[in-house]
Design a protein around this ligand. Structure first.
Ligand code: MSS
Length: 366
């Protein structure tokens, strides 16, 4: 087998055994590493960067980091030290790359072929964005989008809009959004956007802007390519264009993390089928499990603490598995009654895959 790629320096503190290194900017959590304790440990959490991570020196004086707030009555720059005086809240969210599950698309879209591990459930601490807006006199007229801009140094000699990481989400997302400086009880690491990150609970990963330098309430969406043409639900055979839906709120989704037969066949007898389920901004009502590839279903039990609508829930179902081959699948329902779909929605970029069939696992018992 080819030697595993080493962890990139900015993420060198991560657990190599828990991660698949696709490239220096794409690290995936192994399915077998998710465990059953709700929170994804920081050293096992996936990483996705669209540009090289900034120099670690941006963490030298965290409190001096500035973010400019625009599209409010009194726009100005605030330091992180000042943000910390405006309020503090803690929110658990699923952070998931919109391309998670791309590896299951038979069309082999370009981009990282993630399986299930471009996702995790983490706890953020920071100031609610609505507090910041209130402190600056409220929204200016005509605010339709919340636009966040990443603080990376842009490569020279290219159109800045072709590389700038800048994303817009509907302005209603402000109600839940956070400017976060802590993750899982620690100062936010460079790999995950330190010193300051815009967290948009319930929205796909790309909308959670790391090293955020600017937050603007705008009448139009960002003109950056990552917004106008990237991360769009472009139908197969089409060309990406700004009139196609952007990857915003996450759909209802679940998958099984165990048992896996990745180290050979299982012994006949009882197993605990377990996994995770989440419902974007809506939370989870229940999860069903099938041991026959989706012909019949049984209700699983939601286990562990409920960390709110944006977090994932663990589920478990005890099952007896006899000798043979079994296709284990899970299907979640969110609190709005949306049921996880059987089929993926085909699209050019391989985004938003929530198909329960694609995420099923085949185990051999002998
Ligand atoms: N931010 C910035 N600034 N930059 C970049 O690149 N990316 C995205 C987000 N944010 C970026 C940002 C993506 S795309 C994702 S997923 C996320 O982030 C991830 O995160 P982590 O922390 O895990 O790495 Mo897909 O949808």
């Amino acid at each position: 087998a080819p030697a595993a790629k080493p962890l990139p320096a900015y993420a060198g503190w991560k657990s190599p055994d828990a991660l698949i290194v696709h490239s220096s900017s794409t690290l995936e959590t192994r399915r077998s590493a998710f465990g059953t304790s709700v929170i994804t440990p920081s050293n096992q959490l996936y990483v996705r960067n669209n540009l090289p991570a900034p120099d670690a020196a941006i963490l030298d004086n965290r409190d001096a980091w500035t973010v400019s707030i625009e599209g409010v009555k009194s726009p100005r720059s605030l330091t992180l030290a000042e943000l910390k005086t405006l309020g503090v809240e803690t929110v658990a969210t699923v952070l998931q790359c919109s391309g998670n599950g791309r590896g299951f698309f038979p069309s082999k879209p370009s981009g990282t072929p993630w399986s299930v591990g471009a996702a995790g459930c983490v706890v953020w601490s920071g100031v609610p964005l609505r507090n910041v807006v209130a402190a600056l006199g409220g929204l200016a007229d005509g605010a339709a989008y919340l636009t966040g801009t990443g603080g990376e140094k842009l490569p020279e000699g290219v159109d800045p809009l072709s590389v700038l990481v800048e994303r817009s989400v509907p302005v209603k997302a402000m109600d839940d959004a956070l400017l976060a400086w802590e993750m899982n009880g620690e100062p936010l690491s460079l790999a995950h956007g330190g010193p300051l990150r815009l967290v948009v609970p319930g929205y796909q990963g790309v909308n959670n802007i790391k090293y955020v330098k600017r937050v603007a309430f705008t009448s139009a969406q960002s003109q950056a390519r990552i917004m106008s043409h990237g991360y769009r639900m472009s139908p197969p055979g089409s060309k990406a264009s700004p009139d196609q839906p952007s990857v915003w709120e996450m759909g209802v989704k679940s998958w099984i993390n165990g048992p896996l037969a990745d180290k050979g066949p299982l012994k006949p007898g009882q197993v605990q089928v377990h996994g995770v389920a989440f419902g974007g901004t809506r939370g989870i009502k229940g999860v069903e499990v099938s041991a026959d590839g989706g012909k019949t279903w049984q209700a699983a039990k939601l286990i562990g603490p409920d960390l709110g609508p944006f977090a994932w829930r663990q589920f478990a179902l005890p099952l007896r598995l006899e000798a043979g081959t079994h296709v284990l699948a899970s299907r979640a329902t969110d609190t709005a009654g949306n049921v996880q779909a059987e089929q993926r929605e085909e699209n050019l970029g391989g985004y938003n895959n929530a198909s329960w069939r694609d995420h099923a696992v085949t185990v051999t018992v002998a």
